[in-house]
Design a binder for this molecule. Structure first.
Ligand code: PLP
Length: 412
């Protein structure tokens, strides 16, 4: 008789975006005449840039010829991509990494979800709240999160990020073994200035804490003093793992490619406290057994964004989305909403009027104007009273959504 992993049974049956889709479908059935505009789910809408397409076509042609055909690739990723990452994403910021510290993957979700496998199940964890749900759910699956009590997991340290603390999480006053930080942040769209990130690295070094730093949206940073990588902070190479993704940087949500950085000095200790284990080796061991690798075609596609044309084209798309963010930020602010984020990230975090709860406001907006948002509480308890809007839509849809919301408020 096979016994089930009962930790899975603690997870809520519904995924946030499935709940939203269900409600939106119900609305569409009863309102077939309304063209629904989705500013909800965080998927991109613009096509891959020409440099990427060209590289993919070329890679397919290579696969078609015996002399250039590729089978299983190197487990950590092809050298051409890992070298391009080191040279383009890190060296210009004064960060020196070895290509062997880079693990190419199929996107950041897999690695942010799986990284917990190489550390003990009973480590304590800390998350900023609200947060990208994968960090919590993956810890629930292995029992690390504990049990759900009043909407909070018993073994998770929640660090609220709200308008009251300007979305700057407070450093815990006790030791936490592993801390997830995500900057620029999904869902709030807010960022952490260098001085604040320094405090986290100091905390991690002082407390022997492992930081799991998700920089999936770093390409959207516009301001100078905002770190793109945690390794811009001295000491971080000893205590932090960084996750990056081409999904939002270059529209790879359908192609699938990203990477994880595990510097050679990042370690975790054995239970008896006698030995420090190199996590780069451990992750390599894990990946070579369980990870199928990223296709050659996807890795060639990713490498193309580091060419001069690729860089320019990717930037144009990011500017397009950030243009949407600006339009939405200005429009909503002018309507009297309190709006956060959207300056260095493609997400706007909007306070609901008069403290309306976030699911209620989601429904009000859907039924009044056919615009879909994401209720903030879906990202954690501190998301209550907020909604998330994404800037990944088409320009015309963003403008139309703002026009409809303005009309609605005028009538209300
Ligand atoms: N990390 C954050 C914070 C995200 O918002 C997302 C996607 O929405 C991911 C990671 C996963 O990205 P992917 O698996 O597409 O690389």
């Amino acid at each position: 008789m096979a016994l089930v992993n009962e930790h899975f049974l603690k997870l809520s049956n519904n995924y946030l975006f499935a709940d939203i889709a269900k409600k939106v479908n119900a609305f569409k059935v009863s309102h077939p005449q309304v063209r629904v505009i989705s500013l909800g789910i965080g998927d991109v809408t613009q096509p891959l840039c020409p440099a990427v397409i060209e590289a993919m076509h070329k890679a397919v042609d290579e696969m078609a010829r015996k002399a250039t055909f590729r089978g299983y690739g190197p487990e950590r990723g092809y050298d051409f991509l890992r070298e391009a990452i080191v040279k383009n994403d890190y060296a210009p910021r004064g960060i020196h990494l070895d290509p062997n510290e880079i693990f190419v993957n199929d996107g950041a979700k897999s690695d942010t979800g799986n990284i917990g496998e190489i550390v003990r199940w009973d480590n304590s964890i800390g998350v900023t709240d609200p947060i990208y749900p994968v960090y919590i759910d993956s810890n629930v699956m292995c029992g690390r999160a504990g049990v759900l009590e009043n909407g909070r997991w018993s073994n998770v340290n929640y660090m609220p990020c709200t308008a009251e603390n300007h979305f700057i999480p407070q450093i815990p006053d006790h030791r936490v073994d592993m801390i997830y930080l995500c900057y620029p942040n999904n869902p709030t769209g807010t960022v952490l200035p260098k001085e604040e990130l320094k405090k986290w690295v100091k905390y991690a070094i002082d407390n022997d804490t492992l930081i799991l730093y998700d920089a999936a949206y770093e390409a959207y940073i516009q301001e100078d003093d905002i770190p793109h990588s945690i390794y811009e902070i001295k000491g971080a190479k000893k205590c932090a793992i960084e996750f990056r993704s081409y999904s939002k940087t270059a529209g790879f949500t359908g192609v699938r490619c990203g990477y994880t950085v595990i510097p050679k000095d990042v370690t975790a200790v054995t239970l008896d406290g006698k030995e420090r284990i190199n996590l780069n080796h451990l992750w390599d061991r894990r990946q070579s057994t369980k990870f199928n690798g990223t296709s050659y075609i996807s890795q060639r596609a990713a490498a193309a964004i580091y060419t001069p044309e690729g860089k320019k084209q990717v930037k144009e798309t990011i500017n397009y989305y950030m243009g949407n963010a600006n339009i939405m930020h200005e429009a909503l602010t002018a309507m009297g909403f309190e709006v956060f984020g959207g300056k260095n990230a493609p997400y706007l975090w909007v306070k609901t009027p008069d403290g309306t709860d976030s699911w209620k406001f989601f429904e009000q907006m859907l039924y009044a104007v056919g615009v879909v948002c994401t209720p903030g509480v879906g990202f954690g308890p501190s998301g209550e009273g907020y909604i998330r809007l994404t800037a990944f839509g088409n320009r015309e849809d963003c403008k139309e959504a703002m026009r409809r919301i303005k009309e609605w408020l005028k009538k209300a």
